[in-house]
Design a protein around this ligand. Sequence first.
Ligand SMILES: [Fe+2]
Length: 384
Amino acid sequence: MSAFQYKAAELYNWLVDNENIVIVDVRNKKEFAKFKVEGPRPCEMLNIPYFDFMEFEEESIAKIPPGSRVRIVCAKEASAKYVADIFSKNGFNDVGYLQGGINTWGNLLVPGLVTDPNGYQLYQFIRPGKGSCSYGLVHDGEMMLFDPSRNLEFYLEFAKSRNCRITRTFETHLQADYIAGSRIISEETGAEFLANEADFKGAKITYTALTDGAEYTFSSDGPRVRAMFTPGHTPGSTSFLVDDTFLLSGDTVFIKSVGRPDLGGKAEEWATMLFATLQKMQQLDGGLTVLPAHFIGWDEADANLLFACPLREAIAGNQAIYDLRTPEEFTVFIKKHMRPQPEEYARIRLVNANLVQVDEDEQNTLDIGKNECAASAYKQVKAA
Ligand SMILES: [Fe+2]
């Protein structure tokens, strides 16, 4: 049977459903080490570079048990198709290759309904390839977005499928780890772009500056969105309180760890700000549901595969960080866990402030890979 093409969303579903598949990633070892498919459940995955199949076809095929359901992944698609055909020729009859290559996995967004109370819906759009979450708040034909990625088509299609128009798009901060979508979404739909001046001053973007404590509403009642300035990860980091129930915490409070304050090269200054913010967060109602902009791993997801937990649990789960009593102690902790940031981050910031324009290929290169926004890896938090 000839090999078939599959989409990133199908791969995600197979991984969620625990389908018995074997992923064969045929990119080179360096590319594989930098970024690979990670799903909510463990899955068998092998990295066998494409050239191995060209040079040592028999040995390479022999690494996969006969009868396996093989799903090939490559950089762009062509080499996965080539390898898929080799598998088919060798008697494997359930072989697929990823349409569009690894970037389509990197850009995949998976919508999950967080809640549907009182006539509004709050969606979490999980980006498994980045370890990030954007959000959509829908009420009466309007949708507000928070931290959308550059997958414009997804958001437009989603709005269409819910019969709503995108009216506002908020950024929790000037992102460094991925190309933000608010600017293109705003240009495409006329949605108002809202962001914090402390991060966006100087950006070549038409935006409305957020005000601390201000409320943003839909045309006809609906849930209120309150901006809460929570500086530290960046000076302009902002969280949003939705309906006094949900805390969209950006890169400030995570389920595991907290946002790192050293990405701007001013670790001490920003760590001091973050310390004060985390003190403030601990005064909030512990029953608020934290909805973070990032996660480190799928073990943070709940039973519905959503990244959400009560604020008191986010604090309790990171007690080693929240127990630090002074800005000085906190800064020492941050410095101890500091690690270099990916070199692309400086350029991504410029792209997100629209101070440089890059073509689609460069966007793909800049935008690929897991985020590096947490102050510490989980193991380090536990050990601290
Ligand atoms: Fe960030």
